[in-house]
Ligand binder design. Structure first.
Ligand code: ZN
Length: 293
């Protein structure tokens, strides 16, 4: 019998696991893969984005509320979840940008901050790890730090000489970056909406696209997961303080999303197995070898 497959998805804040690659994790759970979401910070400095919950008693208990929201989202996605315990850096705004708050995740030494993740990789023993690209997917300091510690831990976890006090070495076989937004995807959604005669919420986004590089050409792996988009949205709504249920993300009709772009997309950046690209499965090349491990 083949060994149980395991996927680790490393995220910066509670709610990121429900907006980035969420349908992919729900799909693998449904297929019997063990999925562990790792949340680097407690999301203590997130804003309250749901006007109905922007109330003093919510702000007073935000850390506790975000933990409860994460529990609800975890149950909806069917994943296991672990906190790394770092403190949210917040998204600095202003010109010049204010300094990051003392002690926050983004100010930690990468080699030190990677330690708890190395320990988790050695305990959970994932075959596949997903994280953000070098720009964090979007440039929040915690997302960039999440990228750095994920790469550092992926490279150290299998090395017996690194972090010897943090458990038996375990080398994950593949590392992916989540590519949430490619120009092709936004354009496909935009055109599908226009074809229905409705107004597209992506129009303004597309006019601003020239300022930023298109990550579409970096995609190596497209995971078909349209039937889990509803699970993704349910999990995202469970982070009730963080999403406006009447907002942008929920305006696009589900059947249109499922038709126009039925995949979540990733870039394979490290692989210790043979898997011809492009792929449609994060475990391509792993399924054949994992029985031996
Ligand atoms: Zn985040």
């Amino acid at each position: 019998m083949a060994e149980q497959l395991r996927l680790m998805a490393v995220h910066a804040h509670p709610d990121d696991e429900s907006s980035k690659g969420a349908a992919t994790t729900a799909k693998y759970v449904a297929e019997g893969v063990d999925v562990l979401v790792v949340t680097c910070t407690g999301g203590e400095r997130g804003s309250v984005l749901n006007p109905k919950l922007d109330r003093p008693e919510v702000w007073a208990n935000i850390a506790e509320i975000r933990r409860a929201e994460m529990d609800a989202a975890r149950a909806i996605l069917g994943v296991e979840q672990a906190w790394l315990g770092f403190v949210d850096s917040g998204l600095p705004e202003g010109d010049p940008l204010p300094p990051l708050p003392e002690g926050c995740f983004a100010l930690q030494d990468v080699a030190v901050a990677a330690g708890p993740l190395v320990r988790l990789m050695r305990e959970f023993r994932p075959h596949v790890v997903t994280t953000y690209d070098e720009e964090g997917g979007y440039p929040h300091p915690d997302h960039i730090m999440c990228h750095k510690v994920s790469v550092a831990a992926f490279e150290a976890a299998g090395d017996a000489e690194r972090y010897p006090e943090l458990g038996e070495p375990w080398q994950p076989l593949k590392l992916y970056y989540d590519i949430g937004f490619s120009k092709g995807k936004i354009l496909a959604l935009h055109e599908a909406i226009l074809a229905t005669g409705a107004e597209s919420p992506y129009a303004e986004w597309l006019t601003r696209w020239d300022d930023r590089p298109d990550k579409g050409p970096r995609i190596t792996t497209r995971v078909e997961c349209a039937e889990y988009f509803t699970v993704r949205d349910d999990a995202l709504r469970a982070h009730a303080t963080q999403v406006d249920p009447d907002g942008f993300w929920f305006q696009v009709p589900m059947d249109l999303q499922q038709r126009a772009w039925p995949t979540e997309d990733f870039e394979l950046v490290r692989s210790l197995v043979d898997s011809p690209l492009p792929e449609s499965d994060l475990f391509a090349g792993v399924r054949a070898t994992s029985h031996a491990r």
